[in-house]
Design a protein around this ligand. Structure first.
Ligand code: FAD
Length: 486
């Protein structure tokens, strides 16, 4: 198992760069000749690029998949340490996410999910920690508190957002939706602050920051309403869709199926460790040059590179003005996701918020390791942002912000410093979606731009990446069939 990415800390070994990665592809390339002209070159082997490459190669197109890293999965990847999977990025999936579930069913993985929570033992409580002290609630009280806080936050129309986002899988924003996209969550909180109890306000703010990885000022209120609508307009739905069901064998055990199926078609060439530096395109050809100077040629390109790093590739002719502006603005999510293995078995059933003073805002018991220890996962973001590897004592103290705990191990990936992501899942500041969603989705000649970052439905999720990869492959297949749509 390669150890290029991520960090771990243990008492015995201290901080170490590089944790095992189960998505690394060996050999890193199967390209035999650089003379081949591919039907389509897919750049990026996250879920979007993997789906596009698979669907295009199964359709009989000659496909080349180019990826900067040594592994598949992009912003979703799993480590495995002493027989236990740690999710460094994308984790939770749900059967209500149509694209994800279609793929889970395709690969017969319906029985490979497990539930993160286990509300059965020890400190089976919700801990709300503020500078004034810790308040303790039952999980039923937690649900009631979260439900009432979020209901007040989203209830702009007397219908909890249903009239503002009536069709959450549509890309059409009504004038009302646009208005809320130009508002931040801070603006919305200011509107309703007299209706919120102090605890409701803490819970609403912490939950929003868990979703956006930004600050209240940089979080589009519309995008939060969009997540809410996707989750069935309820707090219970948010839990089911966002943080409950994960793969027992890790996300990478899912991603690898896409790659293997594409490879088995006999139409897939691939090259990992191949960051793309420049793309020249026009008419019916595209020429792609990697940072190492290797040149690949194709008829079409599917560009599955995230928004925050799109401007790091030189396009000739340059990217369209709207797309370039969107990439320059970027998204705001600088989520800090950290895992701790702790010897306190009593904390398996806790959930907690530690806000507004702490670096880690939201945490909970996420599993039991083979050693019988508790696995806690916690999230921070731009609010009190920190780099977990820079000061391990600070990182441990941030965990202790939820409850005292004996930390045996830390595991994490620094998404802010990752040069091929420059951030975590997409979350827009006010205005980006209403101004640039169309621009981000538009094709440019023979390049189709596809990414979870500008999906219509579960934008920012694995489901959205698969939605986009499916769209890209269909678009390119239609091109070859000489039709505008398949
Ligand atoms: P990416 O996965 O980013 O793939 C893009 C690929 O392009 C990468 O492999 C990258 O290396 C490559 N690339 C970039 N630049 C170049 C270049 N110049 N040349 C060649 N290749 C390049 N989603 C969920 O559904 N559930 C969750 O629980 C969840 N939690 C998350 C937690 C974290 C911490 C993070 C970071 C994300 C989470 N997400 C979650 C979001 C989800 O992981 C992403 O939305 C999804 O994986 C994005 O897929 P993608 O293919 O669109 O983009």
């Amino acid at each position: 198992l390669a150890r290029k990415h991520g960090y771990s800390w243990t008492k015995a070994q201290g901080l170490r760069a590089g944790v095992p990665s189960i998505g690394v592809i060996e050999p890193p390339s199967n390209v035999k000749s650089t003379d081949t002209v591919y039907d389509v070159i897919v750049v990026g082997a996250g879920y979007c690029g993997l789906t596009a490459a698979r669907d295009a190669s199964l359709a009989g197109l000659k496909v080349l998949l180019l990826e900067a890293r040594d592994r598949i999965g992009g912003r979703s990847w799993s480590s495995n340490i002493e027989g236990y999977p740690y999710e460094m990025g994308g984790t939770w999936v749900y059967w209500g996410q149509a694209n994800v579930w279609r793929e889970i069913a395709r690969y017969g993985m319906q029985d490979e999910l497990e539930i993160s929570y286990d509300f059965s033992r020890g400190i089976n409580k919700y801990l709300l920690s503020t500078p004034q002290g810790v308040q303790t609630f039952s999980h039923e009280e937690e649900d009631a508190l979260m439900q009432s806080s979020l209901a007040k936050l989203v209830n702009v129309d007397g219908c909890h957002g249903r009239t503002v986002v009536p069709f959450p899988h549509s890309g059409v924003l009504s004038p009302e939706a646009r208005k809320y996209d130009h508002m931040s969550v801070a603006d919305r909180i200011a509107e309703i602050k007299n209706d919120l109890t102090p605890n409701e306000r803490l819970c609403a703010e912490a939950f929003v920051l868990l979703c956006s990885g930004g600050t209240l000022e940089t979080t589009s209120f519309y995008e939060f309403l969009h997540w809410w609508a996707l989750s069935g307009y309820s707090y219970e739905g948010c839990i089911d869709y966002l943080v409950k069901y994960k793969f027992r064998g890790g996300q990478s055990s899912f991603a690898i199926r896409f790659f293997r199926e594409a490879l088995a078609s006999g139409n897939l060439s691939y090259s990992f460790n191949s960051p793309v530096a420049t793309v020249q395109h026009g008419g019916e050809s595209v020429q792609i040059t990697t940072r190492a100077g290797k040149i690949f040629r194709g008829t079409k390109m599917i560009c599955a590179i995230p928004l925050n790093v799109l401007n790091d590739v030189k396009f000739d002719p340059p990217l369209a003005t709207g797309r370039k502006a969107a990439a320059t603005t970027g998204h705001v999510n600088q989520c800090v996701k950290v895992h701790a293995e702790i010897s306190d078995r009593d904390l398996r059933s806790f959930t907690g918020i530690s806000y507004p003073h702490n670096g880690l805002i939201y945490g909970f018991g996420d599993g039991t390791t083979p050693a019988g220890n508790t696995h806690v996962v916690a999230f921070g973001g731009q609010h009190n942002h920190f780099h977990p590897e820079e000061n391990v004592e600070h990182t441990k103290a941030a965990f202790e912000g939820f409850a005292p705990m004996n930390i045996e191990r830390l595991v994490f990936h620094n998404w802010s410093k990752d040069e091929f992501a420059k951030g975590a899942w997409f979350f827009p500041a006010p205005g980006l979606i209403s101004t640039h969603l169309k621009d981000m989705r538009a094709r440019e000649c023979n390049i189709v731009f596809a990414c979870s970052d500008w999906a219509l439905g579960w934008r920012s999720f694995i489901d959205g990446a698969i939605e986009e990869g499916t769209r890209a492959a269909i678009t390119v297949r239609a091109d070859f069939a000489g039709r505008s749509k398949l």
